[in-house]
Design a protein around this ligand. Structure first.
Ligand code: FEO
Ligand code: CA
Ligand code: CA
Length: 538
């Protein structure tokens, strides 16, 4: 796919040489605005109060409709997966922002709904296979109808599933755990889009499926409560998961990028440098784990280059290059082992443990790197924060930086546990929250009620305020915010509604169908005059 008008590229174009908001309206308007916007402030945005209702509640000026939900038929043989997370819209034709492919991550399954596993008996191989099918990701062809609403085109040629059963090769010279190919991708949380229009989907909580290896004695250590136990029927090596995976929308071909390291990758956010080399930021979403960036040595390469870990105390990026590090040479056999055992390697050279680094976005106006730090109960940080990293001279390939807290969660600011972020075309920040379902509506999170979507205006009377604009249904989390190229639609996932249902007879949510229906994760399109008015900020 040729260089696309996908959101980041478009925003980066807007941001180039324009490190302030005083940019001419026509430049900012781009080619998708039908009218020349005026340069006025955003009208007052009235937020919503936190809600504990089993609805997708939106602020005045916003509305939503569903594009796809779990189980929808996308081709004669494929269905839309479970627990949708990251979304990205890839236009098929640069001249048409109203039609394209929507990629959607499917992070994990709720066995109660997906495989009818309720814990009363051992999970069967067939149940595991159903679960494997429902993770990974989907490409669906969508278009805007005459009435302005988006629809999925069933059976379109580019509709396809990548799942926990798809063979995926490693992009690396050496085999990984003896193989050049893994079976499946899983834990697909957030992601990114490359400058050439392919998708990066990130394998986050990979240890829940085939466990993790204890490298001292080589045994698997099934990890974390809620372990899906797939390893009991499929003996796949744990080292085959925990990677950043690239998927081509046109061919469906996928590859696992070993050079970006192995951890609970939340996302992969790419900045293309002027000389064509790439910088990829990625966080390891676990308590006291680290923030990374990869700098390619060649234009467009996701295999040749150096991976670095952030040392926030010394404000510098520490190299994970085996050849240059006596510390790494003492602890590991070679570069491949460093990348497989990334957490240990990173900590051995001074990587700073952080409060669950989740999503990362690059501010399109000033180039700052924002990192969601969701929370860290081990140090009594319950509400989390957003960290700001300013690379030296605003150069994303720099090895030194400044960092500070950009926004702190808490009762004062009205949010807790920030996770996915997105910038709109006017450079306003939007972010979602991820309060754990087990603690939602309980202390110390009680007053935040259900998870939400928040809006932070960049200028005007409300500049810097955190305004809640959506509240998720019961037990759910809002994930994967992504703006359509014209900024008039926000694609958003509603993940795990009703996750704390104890049985099919004790459902905690009936979203989105209501009545006695079972809850279903779904991707929605949010529209409305508030989004239109935001464009007036230009
Ligand atoms: Fe899948 Fe870190 O959220
Ligand atoms: Ca997430
Ligand atoms: Ca999260």
């Amino acid at each position: 796919m040729k260089k696309s008008i996908q959101r980041r590229t478009f925003l980066e174009f807007l941001g180039k040489g324009a490190l302030s908001l005083s940019v001419t309206p026509t430049l900012l308007a781009g080619k998708f605005f039908t009218s020349i916007p005026t340069n006025k402030d955003l009208p007052f945005v009235k937020g919503i109060k936190p809600s504990d209702k089993d609805i997708l509640k939106l602020a005045n000026g916003l509305n939503f409709h569903i594009i796809a939900r779990w189980g929808d038929s996308i081709t004669p043989t494929e269905t839309f997966g479970f627990n949708n997370d990251f979304t990205a819209f890839i236009p098929l034709d640069d001249s048409n922002p109203d039609e394209g492919l929507l990629w959607v991550n499917h992070e994990y399954v709720d066995p109660l709904f997906v495989s009818a596993f309720d814990g009363s008996a051992e999970k069967t191989k067939e149940q595991v296979e159903k679960e494997q099918y429902n993770v990974g990701g989907s490409f669906i062809h969508i278009r805007k109808k005459k009435n302005g609403k988006w629809e999925m085109i069933e059976n379109a040629p580019h509709n396809r599933r990548i799942s926990g059963r798809t063979p995926i090769p490693f992009n690396w010279e050496e085999p990984i755990a003896g193989k050049t190919e893994a079976i499946g991708t899983l834990g697909n949380c957030s992601g990114g889009v490359t400058p050439w229009g392919t998708i990066l989907t990130c394998e986050e909580n990979y240890d829940q499926y085939y466990g993790e290896r204890n490298f001292k004695n080589g045994e698997r250590v099934p990890a974390r409560i809620g372990d899906f136990g797939w390893y009991k029927h499929y003996d796949f090596p744990p080292e085959h998961y925990g990677w950043v995976v690239e998927v081509d929308p046109k061919t469906g071909q996928a590859q696992k990028h070993v050079a970006l390291g192995r951890c609970a990758h939340e996302c992969a956010t790419i900045k293309e440098l002027e000389d064509g080399r790439l910088v990829v930021y990625t966080g390891d979403d676990a308590i006291n784990q680290c923030l990374y960036k990869f700098i390619s040595s060649k234009p467009g390469s996701l295999s040749e280059g150096t991976l670095y870990v952030a040392n926030i105390l010394l404000n510098r990026w520490e190299s994970l290059n085996y050849e240059e590090s006596p510390v790494l040479q003492k602890l590991f056999k070679n570069q491949t082992e460093v990348l497989i055992r990334l957490r240990e390697a990173a900590r051995s050279i001074g990587g700073t443990p952080l409060d669950r680094p989740e999503d990362i976005e690059i501010d399109p106006i000033n180039g700052n790197v924002l990192v969601s730090l969701t929370n860290n109960t081990s140090v009594n940080n319950y509400y989390g924060s957003i960290l700001k990293i300013e690379e030296e001279n605003n150069d994303h390939a720099a090895l030194t930086f400044k960092s500070e807290v950009y926004l702190a969660g808490g009762v004062e600011t009205g949010f807790a546990c920030p996770d996915n972020m997105a910038f709109d075309l006017a450079g306003n920040l939007w972010f979602t929250s991820d309060i754990s379902g087990s603690l939602m509506n309980k202390e110390p999170y009680k007053e935040f009620k259900n998870n939400g979507l928040f809006f932070v205006p960049r200028k005007g009377a409300q500049a810097g305020e955190v305004i809640q604009v959506a509240s998720a249904p019961t037990d759910a989390e809002l994930t994967g915010p992504w703006f359509a190229p014209d900024g008039k639609t926000l694609f958003l996932s509603v993940q795990h509604p009703g996750e704390y249902s104890l049985s099919m007879n004790q459902l905690t949510s009936h979203w989105p169908d209501g009545g006695e229906a079972i809850p279903k994760p779904a991707v929605v399109a949010i529209q409305g005059h508030l989004l239109e008015e935001i464009l007036q900020l230009y």
